[in-house]
Design a protein around this ligand. Structure first.
Ligand SMILES: Nc1nc2c([nH]c(=O)n2[C@H]2C[C@H](O)[C@@H](COP(=O)(O)OP(=O)(O)OP(=O)(O)O)O2)c(=O)[nH]1
Length: 150
């Protein structure tokens, strides 16, 4: 059986040490996914390290460089399922160079907060991540900094 293809995504926040906003990107293609919001990123190429793929995709799609923080892991510590053939890994990150600009992959970018991040029409498989991101923004902590909540 073939292994699922790995997709990498950026949870790009205003600052890793006290995040209050995350960047969402609206897809332009394919038609079935156009208009839905996602974490910027894309597929890892054969032989490419996932973190390198994320830097490459962010440069290509948004024209920025970032510093990577911790990975946002699902409860089982593995990967986030997208479709039968695709899984996602996502990292918290902050900008080091440039301001994000929508290229051909996206027709809108939006900085969202804990209060409104879940209101966007995210791709369906992103919903569990968005819930975790919203909780982290509300707590002003990334998932790296221990258990959320009291
Ligand atoms: N980038 C990204 N893709 C996601 C997310 N959630 C989700 O289901 N996907 C899906 C949509 C696509 O089917 C796939 C990513 O493919 P892509 O089209 O962004 O990859 P790519 O930039 O490498 O483009 P290509 O080589 O396929 O042309 O993963 C997400 O949050 N971010």
């Amino acid at each position: 059986m073939e292994l699922p293809r790995l997709v990498v995504g950026a949870i790009l926040v205003d600052r890793l040490d006290r995040p209050s906003r995350v960047l969402a990107a609206r897809r332009t293609a394919p038609p079935a996914l156009a208009g839905r919001w996602e974490l910027p990123g894309g597929k890892v190429e054969p032989g490419e390290r996932p973190e390198d793929a994320l830097h490459r995709e962010l440069a290509e799609e948004l024209g920025v460089e970032v510093r990577l923080g911790a990975e946002l892991l699902p409860d089982d510590g593995g990967t986030w399922p997208l479709t039968p053939g695709l899984v996602l890994r996502a990292w918290w990150c902050e900008l080091t160079t440039g301001e994000p600009q929508a290229g051909v992959a996206h027709d809108a970018l939006c900085w969202t907060t804990a209060a409104d991040v879940a209101d966007l029409a995210w791709l369906d498989p992103d919903r569990p991540l968005v819930a975790r991101i919203a909780a982290a923004l509300a707590a002003r902590r990334t998932a790296a900094e221990g258990r959320l909540g009291p």
